[in-house]
Design a protein around this ligand. Sequence first.
Ligand SMILES: [Zn+2]
Length: 305
Amino acid sequence: MHVAVFADIEGSVGIWRMRQCRWGTAEWQYGRHCLTEDVNHVVQGAFEGGADKVTIKDTHETGFNCLIPKLDKRARYIGGHYATPTFFGNIADYDLVLYVAIHAASGTENAFFPHTHYGIFSKVTVNGKPVCEMDLYGAYLGEHGVPVGFVSGEDTAVNQALEALPWAKSVVVSKERDTYTSKENSPDYLRRTRETLKTTAAEAVKQGNDMKPLQLKGPFHIEAVFRKKALADRFNTWDLDQNGAVVSWRADNMIEGFNKLNLLTFFPKKIYKIRRPLLFFSRQVYRFKSSYLAPKANPEDAVLK
Ligand SMILES: [Zn+2]
């Protein structure tokens, strides 16, 4: 079985504030350490559960967050974003996705860094229902035949994901500063929770045949609500239907629906034709920057182990 470990960052064990997720900051450099620990535990669990092959797909912001030299050497690493064959690169060979360190949907109250797909949206709905990233990515992967069988992150994020993917195994992760800064309790919490990431990932892989590709019945009416009308004006270069800050489109299936969301988000009409070389170039730049020009980590008061 070929297992892919998809990595976001907000839901990592050890992360409690936004700056730890912001590309290029010293606090993010600490966040990368946290994420790398999570990913390694999930990779370990995947192999223990019976995976023959594991691929790590880094997805947050630029797509280069994991500390590559510290990753489990048995897994292949893919950073950055793609236009083809899918947004996540070549996924044809994946049997199961384990999604690490997720966050809640845009607009979720009392959630840590809630957003759906990109910070410019205050809400994304499908046929009138607000969705989280696991609805969108889960259905996109699902229509490619790939199930999501594991999620980790804060409780609200996990609950939203499980509504979309009720078969998935899950691990709830604290977003409280105190959890990670107590000399007395933090080491135990880190050890226990990372261990749980490993054992739960192993369970998900063992039960891989019970995991279902998420397939929602189309057609879909998708609405992306921008935080401001000016943002919608700027990003809607494709003349999709627009009413103030709301841009909407119809799609027969989620592959089409998600591709349009990506046109709106990342590929303005002007650059569409050169999107592949542009993404290729930006992958090299971000890989280089995150490897050689990263700041020294600032863990603030976090207990590291
Ligand atoms: Zn993220």
